[in-house]
Structures are given as structure tokens and as C-alpha cells.
Design a protein around this ligand. Structure first.
Ligand SMILES: CCCCC/C=C/C(=O)SCCNC(=O)CCNC(=O)[C@H](O)C(C)(C)COP(=O)(O)OP(=O)(O)OC[C@H]1O[C@@H](n2cnc3c(N)ncnc32)[C@H](O)[C@@H]1OP(=O)(O)O
Length: 285
């Protein structure tokens, strides 16, 4: 892996911080990591224009960045994006449509590993949701312990709307955040919530007017752990999330086989193709 260390022009303009910026993955720079020298918190920014779609490479970078933060004994992580309007557009459906099955298997295994790394992270995490966050984007946000969102965007699990059945790994972190009834209905409806509605149901914890304000709110949350022993904190988090993590670790192979079987069905392929077309033609109407 290649790391470039440079002084950054901060994407969080207006923030009073001395930053070190590193780009992960020399070929694509699909992740940027900035460490705040003052607080020790790292900001991990997804950087795959135009809409941070989660393809195999971005997913692997997210997993690597979490592992690196843990090794460096980072004190807290803020997950956000370099875009002004999208946190993440979710899975890159091109990975699922007419797939090479070997790559599809690799893709889903990488997604499972990313989920294990972020949902099970030893380091405290907060998501600064600075744009739309459908499906896979919502999964990432709900893996974090705290969510601050900017207004007038949408978040949720909309898979049912285009005919996909969300696998357990997509549902679990959502269910961990919301009352079961709300989670079940939202999933069955494939509902995307506005920032305000997401706040009202508890899918996010706070709204912020700007990215800078959102950043400060995430920092404030991460600082609530300042006086807590990090090992006790991390083990306590594991007690809440351990069963979900163990279930996926033990059932990984079956989950992978189920996913590949579901996605490669003719009917699902047809729906994915239609959805891609619909997304592509959206702006032409
Ligand atoms: C059994 C398996 C289940 C697995 C669980 C699945 C999880 C998922 O994450 S599936 C993906 C769900 N995501 C979505 O439904 C989001 C769809 N996208 C949008 O709603 C919008 O693109 C947006 C709100 C995220 C951003 O809007 P905007 O800024 O206006 O950008 P564009 O719509 O113009 O998109 C730019 C470009 O990207 C293409 N695109 C968008 N989303 C996807 C996607 N998920 N996969 C593949 N491609 C996508 C879009 O078509 C545009 O490309 P061009 O048409 O070539 O310009």
C-alpha cells in the first residue's frame, strides 16, 4: 500500500485545524484521511466522484483505513465524503449487473469484511452525513456510533424499491439503531427518509447546518469518551455488537452463497438493468 503524506488544504473549510492528509490507494485516491493534531481524531473521507459508489476498490480502501486507524490507536474516527451532495450513493450496481461471478464473490466478501471492520471497530466512530446516503451509504452510516446529517438530503434502505432483498449484513446495523417496527416497515417500503424525518425517528442523532458545524458536533460526541478507559469502552461496545459480528463471521460462506444466488437470478438481473437505465436517464426527462 502506498501512502502520500502532505499538508492539506482542508476540505472542511473554516475549521481551525492543522491537518495531515493522506490519500489511500495511489492509483485511485478513493479515500482521504486527515488527522487532527489537536484532538487526535481522524477524518476518513470517501472520495470517488461523482457519487462515492461502493465498488470493490472503495470498499477495500474503507476496510484498510479502519484497520490502519486501529493499529495507530486512533482516538476517534469521523466518516464523511469529499462530495457536496452525496455521502455515498450505495453499492455500485455495475458490480452486480451482468457480473463476473468470481469478482461478484470477491465484491461481497469485501463488503462483509468492511461491515465487520466498521460495525465492530474498536475505535469510536461518528458519521458526518454531508449528502444523500441511500442503501450501502446508510449501512456505512449506521455502522458508526453517532450520526450527524446536513439538511435536505435523504437516507435509508431503498433496496425493496428496485426488487432486491437486503441481506442480513445490510439490515443489522439499521435494526441496531431503530425500533424494530420502524425498521421493518421502512425496509419493506424501501423508504428513504429526509434529514428531518431521519432525526425524528432516531436514524440520525443530530442535524447540522453546515459541514463545519457537523464536524464540530462529531468531535463533541467523540470527546465524550475522553475520560473513559479505551479498553473498557471497546469491550463494552463488543458486548452489544458481538453477537451480530459472530453471526456474520460464522455464517459468512452461506451469506456469500445466498447473495450470489439472489443477485444472479434472471429476474433480479432484469430489475438491476432497468434500475441502472432509470438512473442514467433520470436527468434527461
Ligand atoms: C441482494 C443484494 C442487495 C445488496 C444491497 C444493495 C445495496 C445498495 O447499495 S444498491 C444501490 C442503491 N443506491 C441507490 O439506489 C442510489 C441511486 N442513486 C441516486 O439516487 C442518485 O444517483 C444520488 C442521489 C445518489 C446522487 O444523485 P446525483 O448527484 O444527481 O447524481 P446522478 O444521479 O447523476 O448519478 C451520477 C452517476 O452515477 C450513476 N449512479 C448513481 N447511483 C448509482 C448506483 N447505485 N450504481 C451505479 N450507478 C449509479 C448515475 O446513473 C450517473 O451515471 P451516468 O448516468 O452515467 O451519468
Amino acid at each position: 500500500m502506498f501512502f502520500q503524506i502532505t499538508k492539506a488544504a482542508t476540505p472542511l473549510t473554516g475549521c481551525r485545524r492543522q491537518l495531515i492528509l493522506r490519500s489511500l490507494s495511489s492509483s485511485t485516491n478513493n479515500i482521504q484521511i486527515e488527522v487532527d493534531n489537536k484532538t487526535g481524531f481522524a477524518t476518513v473521507s470517501m472520495n470517488r466522484p461523482p457519487v462515492n459508489l461502493l465498488n470493490l476498490e472503495l470498499i477495500n480502501s474503507l476496510t484498510r483505513s479502519m484497520k490502519e486507524m486501529e493499529q495507530n490507536k486512533s482516538r476517534g474516527i469521523i466518516l464523511t465524503s469529499t462530495s457536496n451532495s452525496v455521502f455515498s450513493g450505495g453499492l455500485d450496481i455495475k458490480e452486480l449487473y451482468r457480473p463476473d461471478v468470481q469478482r461478484l464473490r470477491e465484491f461481497w466478501t469485501a463488503f462483509q469484511d468492511m461491515w465487520l471492520a466498521w460495525y465492530g471497530s474498536a475505535v469510536p466512530t461518528a458519521a458526518l452525513i454531508n449528502g444523500h446516503s441511500p442503501a450501502g451509504g446508510c449501512v456505512l452510516a449506521t455502522c458508526c456510533e453517532y450520526r450527524v446529517m446536513l439538511p435536505k438530503f435523504t437516507i435509508g434502505l431503498n433496496e425493496a424499491k428496485f426488487g432486491l432483498v437486503p441481506p442480513p449484513v445490510v439490515r443489522i446495523s439499521f435494526k441496531n439503531v431503530l425500533p424494530l417496527r420502524i425498521a421493518e416497515l421502512a425496509l419493506c417500503q424501501g423508504k428513504l427518509f429526509t434529514s428531518n424525518d431521519a432525526l425524528n425517528i432516531g436514524l440520525i442523532d443530530e442535524l447540522a447546518k453546515t459541514k463545519e458545524e457537523g464536524y464540530e458536533k462529531c468531535v463533541k460526541f467523540l470527546q465524550t469518551f475522553r475520560k473513559v478507559d479505551p479498553v473498557a469502552r471497546s469491550l463494552t461496545k463488543q458486548q452489544f455488537r458481538g453477537k451480530d459480528l459472530d453471526d456474520l463471521r460464522k455464517g459468512k460462506q452461506k451469506d456469500l452463497n445466498d447473495f450470489v444466488e439472489h443477485v444472479t437470478q434472471d429476474d433480479i438481473q432484469m430489475r438491476l438493468g432497468l434500475y441502472l437505465e432509470q438512473l442514467h436517464n433520470r436527468k434527461k426527462k
